[in-house]
Design a binder for this molecule. Structure first.
Ligand SMILES: Nc1ncnc2c1ncn2[C@@H]1O[C@H](COP(=O)(O)OP(=O)(O)O)[C@@H](O)[C@H]1O
Ligand SMILES: [Mg+2]
Length: 396
C-alpha cells in the first residue's frame, strides 16, 4: 500500500524543451490514476521517472513520504508494463511469470503458489506450459501483466498496455484490469492517449499537454467542468466544437451570433465581463438536434459527411457564414446549394450528434437546434474556462 507523490517533477532532454514541466501530483494509496494526453506530451517520461528508468532534471519522487528520486529502479519495488512488452520467447508462461521472483531467489514452493494464483486470476491456468509463440495477442498481454503482478509491487505502472490489441479485446481487458485493481488495490498509474480508456478506467484522471498538467479530477469533473479549452476538446468523443463569438446584450439578456443568427444565452452571470467583446464558445456534439423546421434559432447546415453508428448519427459540417443566401429552400439539390462557410472557422469541421432516424443526405441542407444551456465558455486569450466553478454548480 503506497502513496506516490510527484513534486515539481521536470525533465529536459535538450534545447530547453521540457518533456515534463513542473508536474506536481499525488496518487493516493490504492488509487487507479490515469495519465492521459496526446502522443508526445510526456506521459512515458513521467512513468519512467517514477520507475527510476529516467533521471529527473528537477523535482522529486516520493513513495510513502520517502524521497526515492535517486534510488535505483530495483530498490523502488515498482512494476512496469510497457506497450511493447517483451516476453522471453524460449520460456514457458510459467517461467516468464516467475522470472522476477526467481531473480530474487524466492523459495520454489512459494514461487509456484504465487504464479498459480496469479495465473488463475488472469485465466491463464491452462496455458502455463505454453511458450509465447503459441498464445494469442490477448493472452500474451495477460502474461505480461501477470509477470508484473506476481510479485505484488508497491506501485504498478502501465504504459499504454492495451494499445496493441484489437478493439473488442481492449474492452474486455479494460474490464479485467478494473477487476484486478479492485481485488489487489495496488496503487496504479496507467498511461494512455485514449480518452475513452481514461474515462472508463480512472478513479481520477490527470490530463497532460506539452509536459504540463492541465487538470486532475474524476472523469465526471473533467467532462462536466473542464478547466480549459484543451481539456474540453480532449475529453469527449466526438470532440467539442469551438467558435469565437461576440457576446452582446446585458447580464439579463445576453446573446451570441452564430452563423448570422442570434442565440440567447441564459443564466450565465459569469459571462458579464465578456459582454461587448468576444468569448470562445464550446458545444459538444450532443448539444445539437435535428429541428422540426428551420426558424430564427436554428442553424442551417449542409452535411459534408454522415456517419451512422447504429443507434445515433454524426453529422459533419462547417459552420455556415450566415449570409442572406442561406434563406434558400431546404429542398435545394446537392449541386446548387450555396455552401457559404464562415471564413474564420473554415478549417474546422464540426460534429453534431443526432438520432439514428434522422433523414440526412450529404449536401442537402438541414436545420439543427442548438441548446445553448449546454454551452461551455472559454477566455479567448488564455483558453481558461470562464468561471469554471460556477459552471460546475450550474450543471450540478
Ligand atoms: N530519450 C529521449 N531523448 C530526447 N527526447 C526524448 C526522449 N524521450 C522522449 N523524448 C521527447 O520527450 C517528449 C515526450 O515524450 P514521451 O514521454 O515519450 O511522450 P508520450 O509518452 O506522451 O507520447 C517528446 O517530445 C519526445 O520526443
Ligand atoms: Mg509514450
Amino acid at each position: 500500500m503506497s502513496v506516490v507523490r510527484l513534486s515539481h517533477l521536470t525533465k529536459v532532454f535538450s534545447h530547453d524543451t521540457k518533456a515534463v514541466d513542473d508536474l506536481s501530483l499525488t496518487i493516493g494509496d490504492g488509487e487507479f490514476l490515469v495519465l492521459v494526453g496526446p502522443s508526445g506530451c510526456g506521459k512515458s517520461t513521467v512513468l519512467r521517472m517514477i520507475a527510476g528508468l529516467e533521471e529527473v532534471s528537477g523535482g522529486d519522487v516520493l513513495i510513502d513520504g520517502e524521497d526515492v528520486t535517486n534510488w535505483a529502479p530495483k530498490e523502488r519495488d515498482i512494476a512496469m508494463v510497457f506497450q511493447n512488452y517483451a516476453l522471453y520467447p524460449h520460456m514457458t508462461v510459467r517461467e516468464n511469470m516467475g522470472f522476477a521472483l526467481r531473480l530474487r531467489h524466492t523459495d520454489k514452493a512459494e514461487l509456484r503458489d504465487k504464479v498459480d494464483a496469479t495465473a488463475d486470476l488472469l485465466g491463464l491456468s491452462g496455458l502455463l506450459d505454453r511458450r509465447p509463440a503459441a498464445l494469442s495477442g490477448g493472452q500474451r498481454q495477460r502474461v505480461a501483466m501477470g509477470r508484473a503482478m506476481v510479485r505484488q509491487p508497491r506501485v504498478f505502472l502501465l504504459d499504454e498496455p492495451l494499445s496493441n490489441l484489437d478493439a473488442k479485446l481492449r474492452v474486455s481487458m479494460r474490464a479485467e484490469l478494473a477487476r484486478l485493481h479492485q481485488r489487489y488495490g495496488i496503487t496504479t498509474v496507467y498511461v494512455t492517449h485514449d480518452q475513452v480508456e481514461a474515462m472508463t478506467l480512472g478513479d481520477r484522471i490527470a490530463v497532460l499537454d506539452k509536459g504540463r498538467l492541465q487538470q486532475v479530477g474524476t472523469p465526471e469533473e473533467l467532462y462536466q467542468a473542464p478547466a480549459n479549452r484543451f481539456v474540453a476538446g480532449f475529453m469527449g468523443s466526438p470532440s467539442m466544437n469551438f467558435a469565437t463569438v461576440e457576446l452582446r446584450g446585458d447580464a439579463d439578456r445576453a446573446a451570441v451570433t452564430l452563423a448570422g443568427r442570434e442565440f440567447a444565452v441564459h443564466h450565465r452571470p459569469e459571462l458579464a465581463r465578456y459582454l461587448g467583446s468576444t468569448v470562445v464558445m464550446g458545444l459538444r456534439p450532443a448539444a445539437f438536434a435535428l429541428a422540426v423546421a428551420s426558424g430564427p434559432e436554428t442553424l442551417p447546415v449542409v452535411p459534408l459527411g454522415v456517419e451512422s453508428l447504429g443507434d445515433e448519427k454524426h453529422v459533419l459540417f462547417r459552420l455556415p457564414s450566415g449570409g442572406p443566401d442561406e434563406a434558400g429552400p431546404e429542398e435545394t439539390g446537392p449541386d446548387d446549394v450555396p455552401v457559404a462557410v464562415d471564413e474564420a472557422a473554415a478549417t474546422e469541421l464540426w460534429t453534431a450528434k443526432v438520432g439514428q432516424r434522422a433523414a440526412l443526405t450529404i449536401g442537402k441542407r438541414v436545420p439543427l437546434t442548438v441548446d445553448l444551456d449546454q454551452a461551455y465558455f472559454f477566455d479567448p486569450a488564455t483558453g481558461d474556462a470562464v468561471a469554471a466553478a460556477e459552471q460546475a454548480v450550474l450543471t450540478g
